[in-house]
Design a protein around this ligand. Structure first.
Ligand SMILES: Cc1cc2nc3c(=O)[nH]c(=O)nc-3n(C[C@H](O)[C@H](O)[C@H](O)COP(=O)(O)O)c2cc1C
Length: 163
């Protein structure tokens, strides 16, 4: 898919069907995350790949539709490594979201609903205390058509030279 088509087609897809995701595609998505920009190039994160149904179900406790995902990539943040950790994990998540779109799969950036479950998920997945189980990307086949949520118009948000 052409780059600007990917940008336009990226959407939060919560209606997922299980699908076979070859390891090669998973690696392309992870590599897109690894290549994201980060403050001072500190790359303050690890990526956790979850493929087993039983483990996916644990994450689905945060949001039910995750059960239908065939893989979940979790960004584990390391706040001790960089003051810019939140921006850095966000850049990695966006890169991966775009890669998922380019490959024809669907995903949603899951963060808000993870918060309440973070402690138990950290325990289950052996995440050290000083790290954050911060963003999950459940990946599957889009089960229905859909489009990106409406965005504000450029003319409403762009100022030139002065606000
Ligand atoms: C920081 C952040 C947290 C989010 N948390 C959740 C979440 O917990 N659950 C969810 O279903 N969507 C979550 N989303 C997805 C947004 O709701 C979604 O991106 C937004 O509605 C815009 O839709 P679009 O992705 O189709 O443009 C989150 C997105 C971001 C950037």
């Amino acid at each position: 898919m052409e780059f600007f088509e990917v940008i336009k087609n990226r959407r939060s897809c919560r209606n997922l069907e299980p699908v076979e995701i070859p390891e090669e595609d998973i690696e392309k998505i992870l590599d897109a995350g690894r290549r994201a920009t980060s403050g001072l190039n500190k790359q303050p994160y690890d990526f956790l790949l979850v493929r087993e149904k039983e483990n996916i179900e644990k994450i689905a406790a945060a949001q039910g539709f995750i059960s239908n995902a065939s893989a979940v990539i979790v960004i584990i943040a390391k706040p001790d490594v960089s003051q810019f950790w939140l921006e850095d994990v966000s850049a990695a998540a966006e890169n991966m979201h775009l890669a998922v779109t380019a490959l024809g799969y669907g995903t949603t950036w899951i963060e808000g609903t993870l918060l309440k479950k973070e402690q138990e998920l950290k325990k289950h997945f052996n995440i050290p205390e000083n790290m954050r189980f911060i963003i999950a990307l459940p990946i599957g086949k889009p089960a229905s058509e859909g489009s990106q949520s409406p965005k504000r118009k450029l003319e409403d948000i762009v100022y030139r030279e002065s606000r």
